[in-house]
Design a protein around this ligand. Structure first.
Ligand SMILES: Nc1ncnc2c1ncn2[C@@H]1O[C@H](COP(=O)(O)OP(=O)(O)O)[C@@H](O)[C@H]1O
Ligand SMILES: [Mg+2]
Length: 154
């Protein structure tokens, strides 16, 4: 596991951007951490790194649960499962249509998917330290995730 301290939002954006630039498709990322810890900020950087056009404004899909953003050769699927009542509801939100070879999946509040043994390549935990910095821990699993993390400039 690798840990970095992010003092300002730009650092979290930059981490997302780097990961977006390096991520192969398909790739799946789980984002954990309390409200306001920087998960959506990370996804904004990720979108940039993947080449999602600036005309898309990336916000938390808290109410619509899934937002999709096309980019060259890939599709960014941003999920926020905070309001999902149970794992059964994943079917109704169209989760089964995701996970194609071009999909980069990034999930805020991923617990229901973990319950269903969904395999993430990378889990990222966002925590606050005493000075309100973000402590960001990267836990890759599998060779794809490990390769990506080892290529980051942290
Ligand atoms: N180091 C940092 N990393 C990420 N966000 C930060 C940081 N410092 C301040 N912020 C601010 O904190 C808020 C994080 O919100 P958001 O990314 O929506 O969190 P979450 O999706 O986890 O609820 C944003 O307003 C962002 O500008
Ligand atoms: Mg969010």
């Amino acid at each position: 596991m690798q840990t970095i301290i992010s003092h300002i939002a730009e650092q979290t954006l930059d981490l997302g951007k780097q990961i977006g630039q390096l991520a192969p498709s398909p790739f799946a990322i789980a984002l954990k951490g309390d409200l306001g810890s920087g998960k959506t900020t990370f996804v904004q950087g990720l979108a940039k790194g993947l080449g999602v056009a600036d005309t898309y404004y990336v916000t938390s899909p808290t109410f619509n649960i899934i937002n999709e953003y096309p980019a060259k050769g890939i599709r960014l699927c941003h999920l926020d499962l905070y309001r999902l009542g149970s794992a059964d509801e994943l079917e109704y939100i169209g989760f089964d249509d995701l996970g194609g070879p071009e999909d980069i999946i990034v999930v805020e509040w991923p617990e229901f998917l973990e319950e269903m043994q969904f395999k993430f390549d990378l889990e990222i935990l966002f925590e606050f330290d005493a000075d309100y910095n973000r402590v960001i821990s990267l836990s890759p699993s599998g060779q794809t995730g490990i390769n990506l993390v080892s290529n980051l400039f942290l």
